[in-house]
Design a protein around this ligand. Sequence first.
Ligand code: HSE
Length: 431
Amino acid sequence: MKNKINIGVIGFGTIGSSVVKLLLEKRRLFRQRTGIDLNLMLVCDKDLRSKRDAKVPKSMLTRNALKVIQHPDIDVVVELIGGVHPAKEIVMKSLAAGKHVVTANKLLLAKEGSAIFKKAREVGMEIFFEASVAGGVPVIKSIREGLVANTFYSIMGILNGTSNYILSRMSSDGASFKVALKEAQAKGFAEPNPLLDINGMDSAHKIAILSLLGFGKKVRMQDIYVEGIGGISPIDIQYAKDWGYTVKLLAIAKREGSELGVRVHPTLLPSRYLLSSVSGAYNAIFIDADLVGKQVYYGQGAGKLPTGSAVLSDIMGMAEAIVYGKKSSRLIAAKRAEIKTLKKMDEVRTRYYVHFSALDKPGVLARIAELLGRHNISIASVVQKERRAAHIVPIVMLTHEAREKDMQAALKKIDGLGVIKGKSVLLRLEG
Ligand code: HSE
């Protein structure tokens, strides 16, 4: 029986060098644990000059990805370069060349996942991608395998460590957005373009992957309502806290019958919820399903060791499938077909937090309430806070459940009133 699995790694950056280091340093340990010899054969990167933690013999290094993809003895190609191109071409060519693929590339899977899975099925190869969502937290394996017997009602999570770090710093120490973002960058978990973290797109890529696995629905980026944390100020975090809520950037995939609504936005969560206490760069995913009920997965969603752990788990899973001829359950979850349509954001019903900056004059609150009422929006609580600027008062309210379309229409009217100064802040609430 073949028990030596040959591996080629493409992408020798932060995660790549961590994976290479783990493969070299823990080879004997992995062999003891699994009986399988994980043999690193080639490492490819266009930059072979930069210093890395991993010490790799020169003979193992190449700048030419084709050398890895076309190597007759390589069983598994590990793609860790990130981005869509040329990662897609590398993955497609590897599958076509009869290689199994492990990738950590969330952007690639969110945008091209369906085409890649189709190709893998056609050629009878496997593609594993545990590291693409929530770093070291094995949530993909849980959805695909551990929860395979379940029908999911909702999957929602704090999937971006950078945003969560910024919100936590703003909430606990009143740090400014700018300072907190700088810290996140210095700690190394922000994307090279941190806009993707703070504008919610990174979370959108990840919830698209989880939606495909949990609900069998291909969700395109344009189908997801995405709002980042750029509009959140410490004062709204404080007002929400006064009411017993914590503000989190949540990625939500929620099913109603045969419809699935997928959205990413800052969300008020009751502070007693487990997800509310997830702070710093940590990730957490809440799952509600018919058999297991409610579960929360929690851990480090970024960083070279947690992400390396997920990549190694995939490599070992793949090696086991090759050596023992086991067919994995990888795409069972993706064959789910319960969802027929995607819910339009306009039709989503939720509760809202609204912060108006109004002139401190008689009758202002009544005019706001009247406009909300005309749009079928019922107020649950309202507080007028102390003045923060001359003649302007913050009026903050929580509504009962209302339709997004109605809320947007009401807000447009209210913001057009002469007594309202500046754009109102609208946040959604879960729970
Ligand atoms: N930039 C991402 C984050 C890294 O902040 O969570 C992990 O995907």
